[in-house]
Design a binder for this molecule. Sequence first.
Ligand code: ATP
Ligand code: MG
Length: 865
Amino acid sequence: MQVIFLAEGADLDALSTAYGITKLYPESRILLPGAVSSSFRVAVKRFEKILKNKTIKKENLKTVSTLFLADTNNYQLAMKNLSSYTDENTQIIIYDHHPIRKKLPENVIKKIKKTGAATTIVVGEIKRKKIPLSPEEATLLALGIYEDTGSFTYATTTEKDMKTAAFLLKKGADLETIKSIIEERIDYEQISVIHQLIENIQYFLLKTQKIIFTFAYSDRYIPDISGFLHMIKPLQEADAFFVLINEKGKTSIIARSKNKKIDVGKIMSFLGGGGHIYAASATVKGMTVQEIKGYIEGLLLGEAYRNKKIEEFMSEEIILIEKDQTIEEVIEKADKAPVLFVVDKNGKFTGIVLSRVIKEGLKHGVKKAKVENFTIDSVITFQPQTTIAQAEKIISQSSQEYFPVIEKGKPVGVINRTYIIKVLHGQIFDAEKDIFISRERIKPKFLNFEKKIKKYIPQHILNHLIQIGRVSSYMGFNSFVVGGIVRDIVLGKKNLDIDIIVEGDAIELARRYAKEKSLPVHTFEEFMTAQITLETGEKIDLATARKETYTHPGAYPKVEKASIKEDLYRRDFTINTLAIDITEGRFGILVDYFNGLKDIKDRMIRVLHQLSFIEDPIRILRALRFAGRLGFKLGKPTEKLLKLAVDENMLELAPSGRINLELSYSLNEDRVVDILLLMDRYRVLHSLIPEFYMDEKREELLSRLRDTIISFEMFFEIKIDRVSNYLLALLYHLPFELSYRFLEKYHFHKAVKFFEEYYEVKDLFKELPQKDSELYKKIKFIKKDVLAFISASSDIELSERIIRILKKEEERNLLLSGKDLKKLGIPPSSLYRKILDDVFKKYLDGEIKNKEEALKYVKTKYLSN
Ligand code: ATP
Ligand code: MG
């Protein structure tokens, strides 16, 4: 029997070559491989008639006398596949154009040439032997040449390929057919699989590494799927991915990694597959896609725990016995643990006794025997610092079940073999997997919010919204009010920041509406946004619905048009994902895609997906700002993800300008102290200012500063620089150079001046004069902003004195002015200044209490002669 062998995943060139061989050796039959390219499959169907009697199935094979290899020279593989049908008499003939990778035996006939297609080699022989070809056959043969030379455009194309194609054309090869088959690269099934793979992408975050799982179901094997994966952008961007394709209960896994810490070869080997660190695959039966995914996650987590120490996993509940004790004495303890630790007088470890042995011993009546006699003293032990990876090596070479953990000669814990294996398979950390979150609803929830929107948005703005909705509907767009304002409406708060998202084109809509109403409009083409200023001065922001991709953490994102849902998905927290439709006909409908409404009701800050804080670390600050401001809690997974992002120092990666902005917002919030305490609790302040610490003193200062600022602003009708004040409260313990470094890094230039002023005057208050008038001399040149800090950071007495003095200073003109002096008949001169200063001094010291007393004083002192 003559058989033609094709490699798995064979393409058109292989098929054409094989068919050519059947023309040369009419007895030979093609053994079709399990996996073939999609165009191969299309061609087999199209040329069904001429191929019908030329193929053979593996089960019908008998001893092979001649074995042809078509379009492959992998002799070893062919022999492995067909070992039971070949023997030393089997003649091997190879038709191929690939370079030879593994040495071929002498007796193999090698028809291997450097042509663009292997078909060229066989057809050359057909031509020489003048074997007749039908147009149908010529077409099938030409296919291989066209495909493998990229229709003669690939650099590997030779003159021979062209001449051979010309020969086949002369024989009637049909170009239409060739074109249609070659171009049919992606078939329907492949598209469906690719589509599913895109739809089903799920992220798994391991530390900061993005790992993607995705899966698809297919009715049949899709041969070239790994060749299509490069078209799926998220997969290309991930650190590693696992693509699971299930066909009829069997799942093929394609795994790729860019990071040598994620060794996909090793992971696939656990599933019976293989490969190397960066590329591997496996085929699994009898497990669902979800089970496989869970299993891989476990392995990934296990991998992540390899460098952790045994002390984190060991049980510290160990039972000690002394070596001189008798079986009888320790029998009760044997019931409590599977192993007992034997120690000497000094508590030093001498070995273990298996409880089982003690019980056995008792049964056999050896009550009085000493524990010593049953002690196993040559046990392998770990130290608390032994890593899981080291432990794995050791346990793999030993059959010991329990491993004592010894520190400085004394037993401190125990760990057993199965437990270590479980750690390595991530089974101990199942809980970590609940970090996997998605707040997405398949269908949004709709609620009628017309009444609420009317209640919380002033009438004149509401009218604009209604009309924007009308123009929007006319232009075929959908428009929504989104973000903070919707959140605040739900919370029953007013907010005048109107943000509109347009499914369509915000700039076009804004221009048209502004023109209609003769309102000024600014457009920002690059960001696809526009801003309209209303007659009354309020501003309305319009933005085209978009999705964003982050080039690196913290960077401003790139934008691309999208649906409202995608636009909402990129937002920071679920509470900010609510939208109210204002399009005509749907005005006032609240749209909730991500359970934002529930989270507002539950008072929870939650991110929308696992990577949120990594994509944009500024959200770390925003989360705590909202939590502090609204008195909300962080959702559990969100809290974990936030901590992880802080631990990974993600804030370092955020642009300093954005940190400045977000910190400034926080420091201007009413509940700034709560926010700062949260920032301390989650080590955010520490990550921005490494030398930072919070203690009771600072906590008290912050609260007092907050009250002082409010008093100052009320009494003196001024705006206090809160940012500088709070920054000083956070940094005053540091040498100025260190503070300065922080302030410069994050562009707090105003605060630098403020700090300088403070450091210049702070020592003035070390010694305090008795009289307020003397104290006034010290403070009169100091800015109120700085005085607020001095007041808040001093003892209550000084603080009250400062406020009292400043209040009196406010009243200075009411007490006595130049006008009053004029009325008293004193001619205007430089004396005025002296008199007024003198009176004010007395007022400060309480010697003059009011205007009446002031006038009296002036009369007696300056007019009496
Ligand atoms: P505020 O009441 O403080 O103005 P807000 O929610 O309106 O709160 P803005 O800073 O005005 O906050 O931002 C408007 C909207 O843009 C937010 O509701 C939020 O959905 C979104 N947003 C702002 N910053 C981010 C960010 N870093 N990542 C994702 N979404 C953001
Ligand atoms: Mg806002």
